[in-house]
Write a protein that binds this ligand. Structure first.
Ligand SMILES: [Zn+2]
Ligand SMILES: [Zn+2]
Length: 358
């Protein structure tokens, strides 16, 4: 039996555990280190030792001796210390799949996370099927997601791989699983695109509300009269947000509402309906109560607020108000100035992450 790794020198105390691998190689190690790193190894050591100072033997099978040696080497290190060490990067690259399986089986979460990331970063179409199987066996959702993304991008290349042909002959369920992953990924993408599109609409509505507020607040500063209904040319004012066309659109809509007769005319014309809905949405979002604070200058605001309080609003409207409110909060947060220190930390993290994924 040959010793394939020298872990005994990593601690001053003598090694007291012999780890035997699949090919019969042995690795001398310290029971205190192994037991502290893995509850499974702790249990194996406790049941394999006869007498408190007796040597004991544990078997770590199912992986090559080099992979087991790398696994044990990781157990001797601190998770943070190994983050950027060259030997750790090399070991994660060379034995990523075995390390993932061992870390899962021997319950070492931090190593499992690292090995999962290493396998996902080195994923190719040729390895995708094996990696999908590994992800299922080791309960590794991020790796599974990476496989789904890769297969979704280039299913043809995955289908040409040896792993795919092997699965077809011996494990058709695995092929089905992969196709299901691709299908799920497509559906997720569609959902994401729909979600993005609706977010865009809520954001536009939120911007429109901000503009509506500005148009009438600024108008009221120079004229006490209702600026939307007296025909005053608001287009002449400079747009504070620089979005002149949206602003002009809002002004024209409100002017049209005043000139056309609004909802009093039956049936109401589409432009009046649209203007009225914008004013109603404003009234739902407006938090100027009036008492004690400056009254809101947006036309019909207080009337619509009273009407909605008396008659109530339906569920769909409440949902719309909630989503526009959320879009407004998100917009405020995204426009907030980020402190320099946060920007620096983010840049540092991004560059490290890019280097790790290379
Ligand atoms: Zn009209
Ligand atoms: Zn208002």
């Amino acid at each position: 039996m040959a010793c394939c790794a020298d872990l005994a020198g990593l601690r001053s105390s003598p090694a007291d555990v012999r780890v035997v691998t699949s090919d019969g190689s042995t690795i001398s190690a310290h029971s205190s280190v192994l037991a502290a790193a893995s509850p499974v190894l702790e249990q194996m050591i406790a049941s394999g030792r006869h007498g408190w100072d007796a040597d004991c033997t544990v078997r770590i099978l199912g992986a090559s001796s080099d992979a087991v040696a790398a696994f044990l080497r990781f157990l001797y290190s601190h998770p943070r210390e190994t983050a950027a060490e060259e030997w750790a990067e090399a070991a994660a690259g060379a034995h990523g799949a075995a390390l993932l399986a061992l870390a899962h089986a021997y319950r070492v979460p931090w190593l499992k996370q690292r090995a999962e990331a290493a396998v996902a970063a080195r994923l190719t179409a040729e390895r995708a099927v094996d990696a999908t199987k590994l992800a299922a066996l080791c309960d590794a959702p991020r790796l599974r997601l990476a496989c789904a993304r890769l297969a979704g991008k280039d299913l043809g290349a995955v289908e040409r791989s040896e792993g795919w042909r092997f699965a077809g002959r011996h494990d058709p369920g695995l092929q089905l699983d992969m196709l299901q992953l691709v299908h799920d990924a497509d559906q997720r993408k569609e959902r994401w695109v729909r979600e993005r599109a609706s977010q865009h609409v809520y954001r536009q509505l939120s911007d429109a509300m901000a503009l509506l507020d500005r148009v009438f607040t600024q108008g009221s500063a120079s004229s006490p009269k209702d600026p939307g209904c007296d025909g005053r040319d608001l287009e002449a004012e400079a747009s504070p947000c620089g979005d002149g066309s949206v602003r002009r659109g809002i002004e024209q809509l409100v002017r049209h509402l005043a000139a056309c007769g609004g909802r009093a005319r039956k049936p109401a014309c589409p432009r009046c309906r649209r203007a009225f809905q914008l004013l109603r949405l404003h009234a739902s979002l407006c938090d100027r109560a009036g008492a004690g604070s400056e009254p809101c200058r947006v036309p019909l605001c207080s009337n619509l607020k009273t009407k909605m309080q008396e008659e109530g609003v339906d569920k769909t409207w409440r949902l719309l108000v909630k989503k526009v409110t959320r879009a407004r909060v998100m917009s405020t947060l995204s426009n907030r100035e980020v402190p320099e220190i946060v920007n620096k930390s983010w840049a540092k993290y991004s560059s490290r992450r890019t280097a790790r994924l290379r």
